[in-house]
Design a protein around this ligand. Structure first.
Ligand SMILES: CC(=O)CC(=O)SCCNC(=O)CCNC(=O)[C@H](O)C(C)(C)COP(=O)(O)OP(=O)(O)OC[C@H]1O[C@@H](n2cnc3c(N)ncnc32)[C@H](O)[C@@H]1OP(=O)(O)O
Ligand SMILES: NC(=O)C1=CN([C@@H]2O[C@H](COP(=O)(O)OP(=O)(O)OC[C@H]3O[C@@H](n4cnc5c(N)ncnc54)[C@H](OP(=O)(O)O)[C@@H]3O)[C@@H](O)[C@H]2O)C=CC1
Length: 291
């Protein structure tokens, strides 16, 4: 199936990055969110990130203008019903995602493919609540979307071959690389990455190191581009906790127990970069460790 129009639900850090790469690759993008401010902020951020690519000689000013012209926004979720491909990139909560697909369903054209950018939640379970589990897939981008090469493709138990082939072709058109993962909690990347981040929080909780020493150790000692706590702040601590809970519940193994300190930060509303404070405080000129 040929994909030209793409609907994106959720204009947070992932939604805006996904809109950016789709528009640059020539797709027409319609983005929605429950908050007008989030939509406006996403458009401004896409503009800034495209401009950075222009100034670094990665794309032309014409390509930037054409990409911006291909993105439109709406506050009405059901407007996305006529698109060829829907990518749900709302908050990592199963009830939120289910409600989005349920609300959208009566307005969808029969051929629309539904996907979720979920970091961890069962694709089979999300698909089973829709009228088209065979046209439903996990479509997992990495943050920051314009920079990271990988996209995980996750087939639910009912996903058909045509849908899978269509999504492989979309990933190719985006100039990215697909990795196929089976539909088990948190798939491949987060199955491996998130327990490491959780362990870094335990390392902090137990006083083995402070925020700075833990991050420096992993940057200089293991050549990670960001330390695990800096990366957790970058992903969003609410998302990290949600993924650990899916691993813990879904695999029923205590090795996935979320660190109580991670829970405490989320309860405080210290969700990382997006709220201005997490393991670092971003409100000043330079990030300052909070422990
Ligand atoms: C939770 C999940 O479900 C799954 C996940 O996503 S897990 C998280 C996966 N992501 C990671 O692990 C990211 C780890 N961090 C990194 O790779 C790097 O720190 C980083 C790429 C984010 C930034 O790299 P950096 O060298 O410190 O910064 P910087 O020099 O500003 O950026 C590097 C390049 O990316 C570009 N860039 C960074 N953010 C960008 C954005 N949002 N849009 C466009 N370009 C961007 C910069 O322009 C720069 O481009 P050039 O190489 O052409 O100069
Ligand atoms: N952060 C990351 O590194 C990665 C995240 N993901 C996944 O991507 C998804 C989004 O994460 P991320 O962008 O980081 O989260 P954000 O919190 O940055 O953005 C989520 C956005 O969804 C909006 N939203 C919430 N409910 C609805 C709804 N019912 N309809 C439309 N929009 C809604 C939120 O609005 P409001 O702010 O008003 O609540 C917010 O703008 C999650 O499933 C996450 O697991 C995948 C890969 C990497």
């Amino acid at each position: 199936m040929q994909i030209q129009t793409v609907g994106i639900v959720g204009a947070g850090q992932m939604g805006n990055g996904i809109a950016h790469v789709f528009a640059l690759a020539g797709f027409d993008v319609l983005m929605t969110d429950i908050s007008r401010e989030s939509l406006d902020a996403a458009i401004a951020l896409i503009d800034r990130n495209l401009e950075r690519q222009v100034s670094r000689g990665k794309i032309t000013a014409e390509a930037k203008a054409a990409a911006m012209a291909r993105i439109s926004t709406t506050m009405t979720l059901t407007d996305l019903g006529q698109t060829d491909l829907v990518i749900e990139a709302a908050t990592e909560r199963e009830t939120v995602k289910q409600a989005i697909f349920e609300d959208l369903q009566p307005h969808l054209k029969p051929s629309t493919i539904l996907t979720s950018n979920t970091s961890s939640i069962s694709i089979t379970r999300l698909a089973s609540r829709t009228d088209r589990p065979e046209k439903f897939m996990g479509f997992h981008f990495m943050n920051p979307v314009p920079v990271m090469q990988l996209v995980e493709l996750i087939r639910g138990i009912a996903t058909d071959d045509e849908t899978y082939r269509t999504m492989l072709a979309v990933v190719e058109k985006l100039g990215k690389t697909a990795a196929s993962a089976e539909d088990f909690p948190a798939f491949i990347v987060n199955r491996i990455l998130m327990p490491m981040i959780n362990e870094a929080v335990y390392t902090l909780y137990e006083g083995v190191g402070n925020v700075r020493s833990i991050d420096e150790s992993m940057k200089l000692g293991a050549n990670h581009p960001m330390g695990p706590l800096e990366l957790a702040d970058f992903i969003g601590l609410d998302t990290c906790l949600a993924i650990m809970n899916v691993l813990h519940d879904g695999l029923a193994d205590t090795k996935y127990r979320p660190c109580p300190l991670l829970t405490k930060y989320v309860e405080a509303g210290w969700l990382g970069r997006k709220t201005g404070r997490g393991f670092y405080d971003y409100r000043g000129e330079v990030p300052v460790p909070t422990r």
